[in-house]
Design a protein around this ligand. Structure first.
Ligand code: AHG
Ligand code: MN
Ligand code: MN
Length: 340
């Protein structure tokens, strides 16, 4: 075996090593971000293990509680939320935490208070828990603007995020991360308990062959969305129709979109004028990753990362994916707007 091949197998790029390398590029870095991330990684490993054991441990089932959006909470949602809250607070590096499962933002008190704000969806795709389909955790990280934590610190546009990522609990457990310098994917090696760099510098294909949407809502879609999906099925330019793939877990649908290209959309409809997905901990982190991989994320009105949220659980329509496919959607919205 040549030395390079041997080094690849024995000189592992763990996620902690990767983040440490990244952070040492900044002279002012004191290791706080690396510590914060190692606590997020711990949360992901914990939830991964719980998800894998869920069927056996009889964790599956309703916890008998509802969250702020009035959705039923499953036991794994509650558990995952607790895991991440504990991991984040005990890192000593967080100031404000916003979770999908919490009605209000949590302000971390001294002596645990740090300078980072973390917005997260502890368990995304919970309707898929009971049937063993891929689910995940989504997170985004902001820096406090001043020394006194205020709710405005988490109501910043997505473009101000320092980092964003998701962990997918699927056939393998994968953590996909961007610290604003491209996108990298790390796969959990269960025998080592470490996330190892397996997908470096992920770039989304410029154009894709897949569209991903809940077509059951088509009756209530707006004109540009209906036209776009029609074009996917009956292209007017002589190209082949696109394939439809829809898991119903945003993490899984976006992960596939990142690797294979195409678009993922959760549009507005007559019943939900702001769509379904939450700006802070679903739309922003995924849009950040897609842009960092060379794609685009659009709300139907503007670049998604330019949105300035007014409330922590605000929703927005979202169209994200390959550059050229999202460009087509933008053109359809522009055409609709220019109609008299
Ligand atoms: P969550 O499980 O965190 O509430 O999020 C579910 C979201 C997202 O994962 C997915 O893209 C979307 O809901 C699916 O919604 P539909 O069932 O309406 O298609
Ligand atoms: Mn979610
Ligand atoms: Mn969730």
């Amino acid at each position: 075996m040549d030395h390079a091949a041997d080094a690849r197998q024995t000189d592992l790029m763990t996620i902690t090593r990767y983040v440490l390398n990244e952070q040492t590029k900044y002279s002012e870095s004191k290791g706080d971000f690396t510590i914060l991330l190692s606590h997020i990684v711990l949360g992901c490993k914990f939830v991964c293990s719980a998800v894998n054991k869920a069927g056996l441990a009889k964790l599956i089932g309703l916890a008998g509680d509802t969250n702020i959006q009035g959705e039923e909470q499953k036991k794994l949602d509650v558990l995952s939320n607790d895991v991440f809250l504990n991991a984040l607070i005990s890192s000593g590096r967080t100031a404000i935490l916003v979770s999908e499962e919490g009605q209000e933002a949590i302000f971390v008190s001294p002596p645990f208070r740090g300078k980072y704000c973390v917005v997260f969806d502890p368990l995304d795709g919970s309707s898929n828990i009971d049937c063993g389909v891929s689910i995940g955790t989504i997170f985004g990280i902001y820096m406090l603007k001043g020394s006194d934590p205020k709710i405005e610190d988490v109501l910043q546009p997505g473009k101000n995020m320092l980092a964003a990522g998701y962990c997918m609990y699927g056939s393998s457990c994968m953590l996909v991360l961007s610290t604003g310098n491209g996108v990298n994917g790390f796969t959990l090696d269960p025998s080592l308990g470490e996330f190892i760099l397996t997908h470096s510098d992920i770039r989304i294909p410029k154009k894709g062959k897949i569209y991903s949407v809940n077509e059951g809502n088509a009756k209530n879609w707006d004109v540009p969305t209906s036209k776009y999906v029609e074009n996917c099925k009956f292209p007017k330019d002589g190209s082949s129709p696109k394939s439809l793939r829809y898991v119903g877990s945003m993490v899984a649908d976006v992960h596939r979109t990142l690797l294979y290209g195409g678009v993922f959309l959760y549009p507005a409809d007559e019943k939900s004028p702001n769509g379904k997905l939450r700006v802070l901990y679903e739309v922003f982190p995924m849009s950040f990753l897609i842009e960092q991989a060379g794609g685009q994320a659009f709300t139907g009105k503007q670049r998604a990362l330019d949105l300035v949220p007014k409330k922590i659980h605000e929703r927005s329509p979202i169209f994200l994916g390959s550059h050229d496919d999202v460009e087509e959607i933008k053109a359809l919205y522009a055409a609709e707007e220019s109609k008299p």
